[in-house]
Design a protein around this ligand. Structure first.
Ligand code: ARG
Length: 564
């Protein structure tokens, strides 16, 4: 039962105002004494030509109280409705228990496609913590949209094309060796790439050599391409190890190189539409009347750019996926880049430019040198995740050394902690890494939510409980239980809100609230040793909480161990 809707029906009968309008006007009062729902009568003053408090009184007289309403009170211009607690409890719990892991799902996105461009690290460069945010937020949004019925296409737009690969080839031929690259992978590629830059300062002609190699790549010359492909394979192997640890998958790895043979047509289209201008030997789209610097499309030396590939990719994705929205997860510092090329799409006359959405996020900062930074200033993802796991192992050794499956649980909790920490605040806020805070089992953390889930599992295991047939829901009307029920009821709305705002933290925070309410309930109430009807009702609540915590964590990309 949707109480809001039912109350709107009652009010429609006595006011004549359309249901939807009433639904939009109904408020949830800030405290319980004012009821569960409130209808303000201010807007009716015109229609009834009376003072709002008087209208409220008159309407109140006319309303026939249905069974699910315990009481109706008028307070000033408000009509306050108190729903019957046991009916409310029953409605919520039955819904969670019957829908089970589908609770919170919806079909609102049916027939709609969302393309999510996330993670997108650069080949031959380390996968550092900055890419973590894109990966984790993108993955959460993917699950959130999917649960709302959208068809999602997760795309890893790898940075695998551009002049930097010409530099890498030169560097490899001058200072690299096959063995070293095979043994040390990206680290070695990084080393020779950095060396290239140092050397090029002394010998600028190296830059020309690099450009020549990139031109060879663009022209499909064998030697250049096979070196490039080798660097690519080595990088992907390392990236995939990280994705496996994070439990992240992509529907396509169509990176920048994928658009190599598709850009010429787009450049042609830009020319035909009179959007290309010569500027100091380069080709640009002028954006002066949009108050932006020009969007560079072709370099002086004929090379294409990051923006050229993004424009081409957007046109390709629209054609292939017919997306309703295409969202891009990158740090805030790419704001201008996206605004520029989105505008180019607009100037090309595509009205779907409005469906291209940049979803920016803040930076990652490190808690004073506690993370190992052996590789200069970059913190490698794999190292970070391994460190999270080993820190968690230490905690488990202290708290629960006999735990079955320790290694696996340490992985789930350690990595879960990193993901949860990343999704804890609104995206735009910077993320700080502090092991102490992230791994605090009593803080507002991933481990805390996982621990609460494991606690629910443990209650059910200890009591060998299953769901009873006829539950007396009136046994769950105390304050602590009601608080839990209310949060369970709000869960589907929170998923929707997270999708609307593209903010996974709305789910994260809700899971914290639910965990806190459940732990209070657990603290206040005896579960397994209470009388049968009470025990049965409380067990039902425990099962529902376990279900929703597990589902919520899964939406964020986090596992839920049953014991920890
Ligand atoms: N490779 C880029 C970087 O590491 C991110 C790519 C984001 N996606 C895109 N379509 N531009 O900064």
């Amino acid at each position: 039962m949707d109480f809001k809707l039912e109350i709107a029906c009652l009010l429609e009968k006595v006011t004549g105002v359309p249901q939807q309008e009433i639904i939009n006007t109904i408020e949830i009062p800030p405290n319980k004494d004012m009821g569960d729902f409130a209808y303000p009568c201010f807007r009716l003053a015109k229609q009834f030509r009376k003072a709002p408090p008087l209208i409220a009184q008159e309407l109140y007289q006319k309303i026939e109280k249905p069974y699910f309403i315990e009481g109706i009170k008028v307070q000033n211009a408000y009509i306050n409705f108190f729903v019957q607690k046991s009916t409310y409890v029953k409605e919520v719990l039955q819904k969670v228990l019957t829908q089970n892991k589908n609770y919170g799902n919806s079909n609102i996105g049916e027939t709609k496609t969302i393309v999510i461009d996330y993670s997108s690290p650069n080949i031959a460069k380390p996968f550092h913590v900055g890419h973590l945010r894109s990966t984790v937020i993108g993955n959460a949004l993917y699950h959130i949209f999917e649960t709302l019925g959208y068809h999602c296409e997760g795309i890893n737009h790898l940075g695998d094309w551009g002049t930097q690969f010409g530099k890498l080839i030169v560097a490899y031929q001058k200072w690299g060796s096959k063995e070293a690259v095979e043994q040390q992978g990206i680290q070695e590629l990084m080393r020779i790439y950095v060396k290239f830059h140092d050397e090029a300062e002394k010998q600028p002609e190296l830059e020309d050599e690099a450009r020549e190699w990139f031109v060879k790549m663009q022209n499909g010359e064998q030697e250049a391409l096979s070196l490039w492909k080798w660097f690519y394979d080595i990088s992907i192997k390392e990236f995939n190890r990280v994705y496996d640890m994070l439990g992240v998958h992509f529907d396509a790895y169509t990176g920048e190189s994928f658009y190599n043979d598709k850009m010429a047509a787009v450049v042609e289209e830009l020319k035909e539409k009179n959007l290309l201008k010569q500027s100091e030997g380069a080709m640009i789209v002028d954006l002066e009347n949009e108050n932006m610097p020009p969007c560079l499309i072709i370099r002086k030396d004929g090379g294409t750019l990051y923006a050229t590939r993004d424009i081409t990719a957007a046109l390709y994705r629209k054609k292939i996926y017919h997306f309703d929205k295409c969202i891009y997860l990158t740090a805030l510092d790419q704001n201008l880049h996206f605004s520029q090329w989105f505008t180019v799409i607009k100037k090309m006359g595509y009205d779907w430019w409005k469906d291209l959405i940049h979803v920016p996020f803040g930076l990652v900062s490190l808690d004073s040198g506690k993370l190992s930074t052996r590789h200069g200033n970059v913190v490698l993802m794999e190292e970070l995740l391994n460190q999270a796991i080993s820190e968690t192992q230490k905690i488990i050794e202290q708290k629960n050394p006999d735990l079955y499956n320790k290694e696996e649980v340490a992985k789930q909790v350690g990595i879960g902690a990193v993901i949860f920490n990343d999704l804890y605040n609104s995206r735009i806020k910077d993320v700080v890494f502090s092991w102490e805070r992230m791994l605090n089992f009593d803080g507002e953390t991933g481990p805390y939510v996982q621990y609460t889930h494991a606690r629910a599992c443990s209650i059910l295991r200890r009591g060998e409980c299953s769901l009873a047939e006829n539950i007396d829901y009136s046994k769950l009307t105390d304050d602590a239980s009601m608080e839990v029920i209310k949060l369970l009821e709000q869960f589907p709305q929170k998923i929707q809100e997270a999708a609307d705002k593209l903010e996974p933290f709305i789910v994260t925070r809700h899971l914290i609230n639910l965990s806190q309410a459940f732990n209070k309930f657990y603290h206040d109430n005896n579960i397994l040793n209470s009388e049968t009807p009470i025990k049965e009702a409380r067990i039902a609540l425990v099962i529902a909480v376990k279900t929703v915590l597990k589902k919520g964590l899964a939406l964020l990309g986090i596992q839920s161990p049953e014991q920890m």
